[in-house]
Design a protein around this ligand. Structure first.
Ligand SMILES: [Zn+2]
Length: 365
């Protein structure tokens, strides 16, 4: 069953990769000496690991036709989006006792409405990518609600959930947060059981909002499951000192496990100050690539998540400009393509390794 379920997503990822990998005009799409894109070069496709559109529509009253904000449909088109992850964001303050699993169901319905309203989006779990349309993937951000019954996560994985973070800004019964009250624990016992379950069922834990201790606990479980450690929307702490960013040691774990860190475009997470420029974004990319490696950096913009954009970036439509800036700085077209889509597609297509007859679990790492 598991192997069979893996095929559609992996198929979509490989199909998209094949689509992207070969420039249509058969020659290098950038000038080797200057790194500048040649005239007529199609923009590099984006697969974004974190776009908070469901929050805007569900909680902020935005029209599901997505005609405004930093990532409207027209902006996604202009940005050459080929895929994005819609998070079910469960606010810590949804109710007095935090978010409930029913809230996740309600936001899931909103995501389905957004997808149904805009033809550009392919439905969740679509078997193949389609040129000109945007593949959609599902995540949960702030999964503490599932402490009430961790088996309920199975329903969401069956509906396409690829990534789940066990907390958001505050600590939960599952884990301690990067921005929560200081505590001695990372994952709780229940949190460990939750993460085991998520990997067993073929989805991934998102470490972006976790404390460093929770990160370590997740990494230990991920390694046992041969799973990549993924931070969907976090930068390098060595460049911008925020607990929401990743230490160099954490970026190395991401590299070793085949995971990715998604470049977050919130100015304070980019530069460490209130403002940022495209140059600051490039500094982040340079450092993340230096420590984690070119195969382990992706885009996790955090557009529509109430972020402050760097100067020169107006939203989704500006991503081709960022790609150009990276190529002008000497990064190859192929490397930019990895960061902008291929690395994200690899982790979105992850499934647990097969268990062969006579074995009870995958071989040890
Ligand atoms: Zn977030």
């Amino acid at each position: 069953m598991k192997a069979k379920a893996a095929r559609p997503l992996l198929g979509a990822a490989l199909f998209a990769g094949a689509l992207l990998g070969t420039p249509a005009h058969g020659r290098a799409p950038y000038d080797a000496s200057t790194g500048a894109p040649r005239a007529g070069t199609p923009p590099i496709m984006v697969v974004d690991l974190h776009v908070d559109l469901p929050w805007q529509v569900h909680y902020k009253g935005r029209d599901a036709r997505l005609t405004e904000g930093h990532a409207p449909v027209e902006g996604l088109k202009a940005g050459a989006y080929g895929g994005l992850v819609f998070p079910i964001y469960l606010p810590d303050k949804a109710h007095k006792d935090g978010a409930h699993i029913e809230d996740a169901d309600a936001i899931f319905a909103t995501i389905e409405k957004i997808i149904a309203t805009n033809k550009i989006f392919l439905p969740l779990l679509s078997p193949q990518a389609e040129p000109g349309r945007i593949s959609t993937f599902l995540a949960i951000e702030g999964g503490g609600a599932f402490a009430a019954d961790i088996t309920q996560i199975d329903r969401f994985i069956a509906r396409g959930l690829r990534l789940v973070s066990p907390n958001h800004s505050a600590n939960t019964l599952l884990s301690s947060s990067a921005t929560g009250k200081k505590v001695k624990f990372g994952l709780t016992e229940l949190g460990k059981a939750f993460c085991e379950r998520v990997y067993d069922k073929g989805a991934l834990i998102d470490v972006s909002h976790l404390s460093d201790r929770s990160f370590d606990d997740v990494a230990e479980i991920a390694r046992r499951h041969h799973a990549p450690v993924v931070a969907t929307h976090s930068n390098a702490r060595a460049v911008a000192d925020s607990p929401r960013n990743l230490t160099d040691a954490e970026l190395e774990v991401i590299r070793e496990t085949g995971g990715v860190a998604g470049l977050n475009l919130h100015a304070p997470f980019v530069s460490g100050g209130q403002d940022a420029t495209i140059d600051d974004v490039i500094k982040q990319v340079d450092h993340m690539v230096k420590v984690a490696g070119i195969d382990h950096v992706a885009i996790g913009s955090d557009f529509e998540g109430g972020i402050t954009l760097p100067q020169g970036i107006d939203g989704a439509a500006s991503l081709p400009k960022l790609a150009d800036a990276l190529m002008r700085r000497g990064m190859s077209y192929d490397d930019v393509l990895k960061i902008f889509s291929l690395n994200a597609l690899r982790v979105l297509g992850w499934r647990p390794p097969p268990v062969f007859p006579g074995q009870t679990s995958p071989p040890p790492p």
